[in-house]
Design a protein around this ligand. Structure first.
Ligand code: SF4
Ligand code: SF4
Ligand code: SF4
Length: 253
């Protein structure tokens, strides 16, 4: 039997929700752990003293400190396939929104800096290193995480869901929230999450990123037609994925 792939499930600045989403696959996580050698995973073992070469790394988190950057580069150098795991790794997530926050609004949130907490711009991991695949979502869909691992193990390509959230939402027989004037981003957002927020009566805030063919202008006009202000719509669209939507980078409210 061929040697098992060596896997790391690692994190930089984040909430650990992504790395936990792997362990929460109660039914399948043991199968995965039998299929691959998980050599680095904070919920399984202490950090290895000798840093192993790895075939696959799932990396949670954004770059929010020099320490994050140093660790990310160190891991990249010994990893064949680096997977950005979750919205923080993919886009910088909500902390990256500070790019559009007036400095005076940040001032009241600031606290005395320590050596460990530097005041840096938050960035996604592909701003610094090559990323070979991305599993979006905050947190990512745990079945999708397993699917990606399994496909990498058998050397098969994998294709993440590309349809808008609306497709799964309608399959779930949800009432469309736009009909009751709620600013749902489902029609411009990549699904694969089973429309989990809308199933619970909450609007989609776009955490999985924009669909490839999203028409932002038409979407904005549609929401403006419902009475929403342009700066409110921009704020909503930027919340999770603003750094990944070039059209939103410099758009004025
Ligand atoms: S993407 Fe969401 S769940 Fe994952 S680390 Fe960031 S905040 Fe946590
Ligand atoms: S509620 Fe949102 S996700 Fe569902 S169909 Fe309407 S716009 Fe699409
Ligand atoms: S419904 Fe929207 S915000 Fe909720 S998990 Fe799916 S993509 Fe993310």
């Amino acid at each position: 039997m061929s040697e098992k792939l060596k896997v790391g499930i690692l994190d930089i600045t984040g909430c650990n929700g992504c790395v936990l989403s792997v362990a929460f696959n109660e039914d399948e996580v043991l199968d995965i752990f039998n299929l691959v050698d998980v050599l680095e995973y904070r919920f399984v073992s202490d950090p290895a003293e000798e840093k192993p070469e790895l075939d696959i790394v799932l990396m949670e988190g954004m770059v929010a400190s020099p320490r994050d950057l140093e660790f990310l580069k160190e891991v990249r150098a010994r990893t064949k396939v680096l997977v950005a795991l979750g919205t923080c790794a993919h886009t910088g997530n909500i902390p990256a929104y500070r790019k559009w926050t007036p400095k005076e609004n940040l001032a009241r949130l600031q606290f005395e800096k320590t050596e460990d907490i530097a005041d840096v711009e938050v960035t996604p991991i592909d701003a610094h290193v090559q990323v070979d695949a991305t599993i979006p979502g905050c947190p990512p869909n745990r079945r999708e995480v397993l699917e990606v691992i399994k496909n990498l193990v058998i050397g098969k390509g994998y294709r993440l869901y590309t349809m808008p959230v609306c497709v799964e939402c309608r399959k779930n027989n949800n009432m469309c929230l736009l009909e009751v004037n709620k600013p749902c981003l489902g029609s411009i957002t990549t699904g694969g999450c089973f429309a989990i927020c809308v199933n619970a009566g909450l609007e989609c805030w776009g955490c999985r990123g924009q669909t490839a063919d999203a028409n932002l202008d038409a979407f904005m006009k549609m929401l403006e037609g419902k009475g929403f202000k342009r700066d409110f719509i921009l704020e909503r669209m930027r919340t999770f994925v603003g750094l990944k939507i070039p059209a939103l980078e410099t758009a004025a409210g």
